[in-house]
Design a protein. Structure first.
Length: 133
């Protein structure tokens, strides 16, 4: 009633109310290949929840506009004597999410900055959520 719809999906679409679906959840997180419970392109929006050394963040992917996300964290050393910047690229394909192009930059209390463009960036994905009507 009132939405001009005959199904719940049509009503949510007309009212622009998205429903949340858990596609992956692991409290420990991973920086390896992730298998989703459904194909990512079945959703209008994907949220990726990730962490790095106690720093938590999210990134948003709109499947109609791309299949890759850059995940990054930046934080100070304990005591504020330098900083880290970690970054990785994740690629979505069907029901799979894979990590590539890991990198990190590190600045100590001397003027030197160290940049590494391979290896483990320290970022762990612990949840992927899809949204659709």
């Amino acid at each position: 009633g009132g939405t001009g719809s005959t199904t719940a999906t049509q009503a949510r679409t007309n009212l622009e109310v998205w429903k949340e679906y858990s596609l992956y959840s692991n409290s420990s997180g991973t920086h390896g290949t992730i298998t989703l419970s459904d194909t990512y392109t079945n959703y209008k929006k994907i949220l990726v929840y990730y962490a790095d050394n106690g720093v938590y963040n999210t990134a948003t992917l709109y499947p109609g506009t791309g299949s890759q996300l850059a995940l990054s964290t930046a934080y100070l050393y304990t005591g504020g004597t330098g900083w880290f910047l970690h970054s990785t690229l994740v690629k979505f394909s069907g029901k799979s999410v894979s990590f590539s192009r890991n990198g990190l930059a590190q600045h100590n209390d001397n003027p030197a900055i160290t940049v590494t463009l391979s290896g483990d960036a320290g970022i762990f994905v612990y949840k992927v959520v899809g949204y659709k009507y």
